[in-house]
Design a protein around this ligand. Structure first.
Ligand SMILES: C[S@@+](CC[C@H](N)C(=O)[O-])C[C@H]1O[C@@H](n2cnc3c(N)ncnc32)[C@H](O)[C@@H]1O
Length: 228
């Protein structure tokens, strides 16, 4: 169940495939120690029964499997630019017995067509977990995601924060280590998302848990107004 990535996404796909070709086999076991806040994000989704939930940059499918288990009446969708990560995700989803409820597709988050990929124009919940820090044009991804929210829908982001509450030496070491994996914390993420949400008429709430190690942002789109 996959679609071809958008034109121009070849370099992103190639880079991510190179990074994750071997890493994907130890990804879930190793990342649980430092991709903090993902389970809190899942707990905060609180979708209505029947809601459609998309994860952008879904990686190994770890979050989607957690979402599908926690919210059994929802339909789940995931996209990722890396075919290697999607291979791992497909295997994990099948082993979890969730291949009837989680649909996966290959696409570049900076320019994806939900209708072509999944046959729907938007989603009730969109999740972006530790992906914006790996996507250079990350602001375009946030704008796309907000535009794909159904009325009353919400976008939930978790990623590395500005680490403002942590010792400077820790921050310096962490940033050098993350750079080895092509990860760049977006220190202005809350401000940028707030601006993009405002431009779209949506609200935005940001928090910096774990002393700023992580940042969590929720954007909420208003319900559609009933016709008089
Ligand atoms: C650090 S992993 C996070 C995976 C998952 N969201 C999680 O929380 O475990 C980042 C993911 O973003 C994907 N990614 C990077 N650039 C992308 C792009 N331009 N479009 C879609 N996915 C992308 C990578 O292939 C990778 O699977």
């Amino acid at each position: 169940m996959s679609a071809a990535p958008a034109a121009g996404s070849g370099s992103a796909a190639g880079l991510m495939d190179r990074i994750y070709r071997h890493q994907r086999h130890i990804y879930d076991a190793s990342r649980k120690f430092y991709l903090l806040g993902r389970d809190e994000l899942i707990a905060g989704l609180e979708p209505q029964p029947g809601a459609a939930i998309l994860e952008i940059g879904c990686g190994t499918g770890r979050n989607l499997i957690g979402i599908a288990r926690r919210y059994p009446q929802c339909d789940c969708f995931g996209l990722d630019v890396s075919s290697a990560m999607l291979d791992t995700a497909r295997g994990a989803v099948k082993r979890a017995g969730l291949d009837g409820r989680i649909r996966l597709a290959q696409a570049d988050a900076t320019d994806f067509d939900p209708q072509g990929l999944f046959g729907r124009p938007g989603f009730d919940r969109i999740v972006i977990s530790y992906a914006l820090s790996m996507i250079p044009p990350w602001q375009a991804v946030v704008a796309q995601a907000i535009a794909r929210l159904s009325p009353g829908g919400s976008l939930h982001i978790v990623d590395f924060g500005d680490q403002a509450g942590l010792p400077p030496a820790f921050k310096a070491v962490l940033q050098r280590w993350l750079a080895l994996f092509h990860v760049t914390p977006r220190e202005d993420l809350p401000q940028v998302v707030r601006r993009l949400a405002g431009e779209a008429g949506a609200t935005c709430r940001a928090e910096a848990p774990f002393r700023g190690y992580a940042v969590q942002v929720v954007v909420r789109r208003a319900e559609a107004h009933a016709r008089p």
